[in-house]
Design a protein around this ligand. Sequence first.
Ligand code: GDP
Ligand code: MG
Length: 177
Amino acid sequence: YGDSNQKIDYVFKVVLIGDSAVGKSQILARFARNEFSLDSKATIGVEFQTRTLVIEHKSVKAQIWDTAGQERYRAVTSAYYRGAVGAMLVYDITKRQSFDHIPRWLEELRSHADKNIVIILIGNKSDLENQRAILTEDAKEFAQKEGLFFLETSALESTNVESAFLTVLTEIFNIVN
Ligand code: GDP
Ligand code: MG
């Protein structure tokens, strides 16, 4: 955690998208600062956070962009997607609607972002198993059909958050190397 004064070999821009309240900002807080908050306010202003990690002996700075709450108005702009090499498409496993909207987000992503962008579908809030509305198998099947990586995460319990970012960043790394 924290960027030291090391030399940076790569900077990869990754965008978080998905409906409001699915946990995008908390996934980012967990990854970038190892923090979590249960009463996170809607994000204000376009923001990104960075974390530098080492992949195959190279230092990779992940620059992760979080929507500024614009997801409510479906007004995430093309500037948001510009230069992005990775995307995390997030739904809430307890909210059917957030999963049903995934095809729309995917369409928006495919129309605004680079066609070679690496995409992972993320079912967040896996800690709320007793409120589950989306079967893991259904999401996995959708991801396979669309050629997306897939993981279920819990920003609260810190489950698979690191793996999700590593999956995307390693794939991007392999593409550019
Ligand atoms: P965003 O609008 O997609 O950025 O969603 P937030 O990150 O602001 O999270 C919305 C709400 O869901 C907040 O109350 C978070 O504390 C909560 N939340 C986020 N991730 C998780 C999780 O993994 N598990 C649980 N139980 N709650 C979560
Ligand atoms: Mg947010």
